[in-house]
Write a protein that binds this ligand. Structure first.
Ligand code: MLT
Length: 270
């Protein structure tokens, strides 16, 4: 890991390999470590970069973030662009985001199209939150501020994994629970506030011009298969794959299958 100054934050970043750059952007409330099944394999084929986003893992919020910070998806996309600048990466990259990382991918694609060579969207959504979901997020942000991250772990854990993962690799489940519990409470609350106000991007999907790969775990309870298929159908030429024996954390649950999909996709780009 290295520390990279990106705009007003210092990000912890894993940066390995050479060739086409894939920027791996994690979900909520996780860290770069959720890509542990991808980085050690794909780094022999590509340059793989995986930051802890501001407020997550080892990356703090900005010093002047205040008592009730908010981290918007646009801010996180700007951080990604600043990170690429800091690493002097000028050539277009492949942006691979999972769930919240996908919300960041939409903003990156919208505001930095010239920096994009391809998109990999894992287990994510194009819709904005319903008013009820927004309300729940804002309440959760207040709860976390006062009582810590335990309730977020409780709420999320049943929805993250497929049945096979719970049965065959409980250590992965335990590890993710630990990550959520250890996430900085201000960082977590800030991202909840930011996700609550994220926009619906359905109208943007047909405008995406780069090759796109859409991946979803068969048992994803947060971003269901049909919703992900509709996203792929709306993006011109997008490829769509369902990963068996996986839930919302498909890359972590079935790294072999997901690595093959990503390696074939990125390897096939001009
Ligand atoms: C994630 O995995 O990043 C979350 O499910 C995103 C969200 O809370 O909408």
């Amino acid at each position: 890991m290295k520390t990279v100054t990106a705009g007003d934050v210092k990000l912890q970043v894993r940066d390995e390999g050479s060739g086409t750059t894939i920027l791996f952007v994690h979900g909520f409330p996780l860290s770069h470590a959720m890509w542990r099944g991808q980085l050690p394999t794909l780094n022999s084929l590509f340059r793989v970069i995986a930051p802890d986003l501001r407020g997550f893992g080892g990356s703090p919020l900005a010093e002047d973030a205040g008592d009730d910070p908010k981290t918007t998806m646009r801010q996180l996309a700007d951080d990604c662009a600043a990170l690429l600048d800091a690493l002097q990466i000028r050539e277009p990259i492949v942006f691979c985001g999972l769930s919240m990382g996908g919300y960041v991918a939409w903003q990156f694609a919208k505001h930095y199209p010239e920096r994009l060579k391809g998109l990999v969207l894992c287990d994510t959504k194009a819709a904005a939150d319903s008013p009820e979901a927004r309300e729940t997020r804002l309440k959760m942000a207040e709860h976390v501020k006062k009582h810590g991250t335990g309730a977020v772990a409780e709420a999320m854990m049943p929805k993250l994994f497929g049945q096979a993962t719970h049965k065959d690799t409980p250590e992965i489940v335990a590890d993710i629970r630990r990550t959520i519990e250890q996430t900085c409470r201000r960082g977590l609350a800030a991202a909840q506030r930011g996700m609550a106000e994220r926009e619906d991007v359905h109208d943007f999907l047909p405008q995406i011009k780069v090759p796109t790969l859409v991946i979803v775990g068969r048992e994803d309870a947060i971003s269901p298969v049909d919703e992900m298929r509709a996203i792929a159908d709306a993006i011109p030429g997008a490829k769509f794959h369902v990963v068996e024996q996986a839930g919302h954390m498909a890359p972590l649950e079935q790294p072999g299958d997901v690595n093959t999909l990503i390696a074939d996709f990125v390897g096939g780009l001009q």
